[in-house]
Design a protein around this ligand. Structure first.
Ligand SMILES: [Zn+2]
Length: 400
């Protein structure tokens, strides 16, 4: 038996009043999803552990059976794993945003979504100017970069910049108690130095002239150290597996768990993603490995846009352009395949952000007697045979 999890990021939603209190999953035309759902067993999954925020990294780790309360290594470490950046033993790793500060306030978390080229130049400049302070930077995508701090101690408290737009810098700077206080102090100094040197950089002078937000500060956060993360094989006894995703954090989880990351050309993480390419890559991967985690981001982005019509279209594209060729491809394999499909969390269009509500799922597998649920959505699956599961239990049922 081979196994595939199809993860539709943010696809679950809330009832929409203009649609007679139906959700995008309920109004979308999705014959393949409904057919597979009818052939399988269904239920609801509590994918976010109580007390944790409903981030995709938390939900996906939890679904894959790695309890984020125990194993979450920090965003920086996950992204470093995705980018295959080697980390030294004495380094503390941070996600490091390029941000905009003005008048003593944190103005935005993305430096106006600065371009890769500009960010790359600034990251090189930061390395030149600040390497004597025991720090190195690695370019990621746009404002999302990495910072490694030599001899940094865990336990330092850093605030995520996207949660604090417009707030006073002094109140937001990293702090700590006890052993990590020295690290916090170094971080505060680094941020202040970065403001001094980045404010003078020609790229930022040009951006200001063009009416764009300057990238005039670094913002390190979500610190962590690699290590202690079990492999997928250790966790589940499954020998080989692959992750297909356009999202760094998800690739990072795959990398940490010892799964192979498969890159698909044209996989963007957006509505224009290469659905067919991802389906084909998954079928190919199933010929070689025992487990495939196929992650599709588009529905989440539609939810963040707050666009219900777009979300409905994403569900339909996903069904026709990804699920259909995927299932056809699976039928052509010489081996039985068990498939689970689920979102990681809801991203309701009305809220434009994630929630912690349970998500619908189905499993279709040879020998598994179908329950009575005929269509796949947030409400129909309440009648499903699996009832309400939590954490890594969908994978447990899939592998059973
Ligand atoms: Zn999201």
């Amino acid at each position: 038996m081979k196994y595939i999890v199809v993860l539709a990021d943010g696809m679950a939603d809330n009832p929409i009043p203009e649609w007679d209190n139906k959700t995008p999953l309920m109004v979308a035309n999705k014959p393949v999803m409904d057919e597979l759902c009818a052939q399988g067993q269904t239920g609801l999954l509590k994918s976010i552990p109580v007390g944790l925020h409903p981030g995709s990294e938390i939900a996906n780790m939890n679904i894959l059976g790695f309890d984020p309360r125990k194993y979450f290594p920090g965003r920086g470490v996950l992204e470093a794993a995705a980018l295959q950046v080697p980390i030294r033993d004495n380094e503390l790793v941070f996600r490091c945003n390029l941000v905009t500060v003005a008048d003593g306030k944190l103005m935005n978390h993305s430096a106006g979504h600065i371009s890769n080229d500009e960010a790359g130049e600034l990251i090189t400049y930061l390395n030149e100017k600040l390497h004597t302070e025991g720090v190195r930077f690695h370019q990621g995508v746009s404002y999302r970069n990495l910072m490694m701090l030599e001899d940094g101690k865990t336990g330092v408290f850093c605030r995520p910049p996207h949660d604090h737009p417009g707030e006073s810098l002094e109140d937001l700077l990293p702090d700590a108690e006890g052993a990590a206080e020295k690290t916090a102090k170094r971080l505060r100094l680094l941020i202040k130095h970065s403001i001094e040197i980045l404010s003078e950089h020609p790229i930022n002078k040009k951006r200001i002239k063009e009416g764009k937000a300057p990238a005039n500060a670094i913002w390190p956060w979500s610190p962590g150290k690699p290590g202690g993360f079990p492999t997928f094989e250790e966790r589940w006894g499954i020998k080989s597996g692959a992750v297909i995703s356009a999202v760094d954090l998800i690739r990072g989880i795959g990398g940490m768990a010892g799964l192979e990351n498969i890159y698909v050309e044209g996989a963007t993480g957006l509505f224009d993603t290469n659905y067919e390419g991802k389906a084909a890559a998954a079928v190919n991967a199933l010929k070689k490995v025992d487990f495939v985690f196929l992650h599709v981001e588009a529905a989440d982005e539609a939810g963040h846009e707050g666009d219900k019509d777009l979300k409905k279209r994403v569900v339909e594209d996903f069904d026709r352009r990804l699920l259909k060729p995927l299932w056809q491809g699976i039928q052509g394999l010489h081996e039985d395949v068990a498939l689970a499909l689920l979102p990681d969390h809801p991203t309701p269009c009305a809220l434009r952000t994630h929630t912690s509500d349970p998500v619908p799922f189905f499993i279709v597998k040879p020998g598994l007697t179908p329950d009575d649920v005929q269509s796949f959505d947030e409400f129909s699956v309440k009648e499903g045979a699996f009832g309400v599961l939590s954490d890594g239990e969908v994978l447990e049922k899939l592998f059973e």
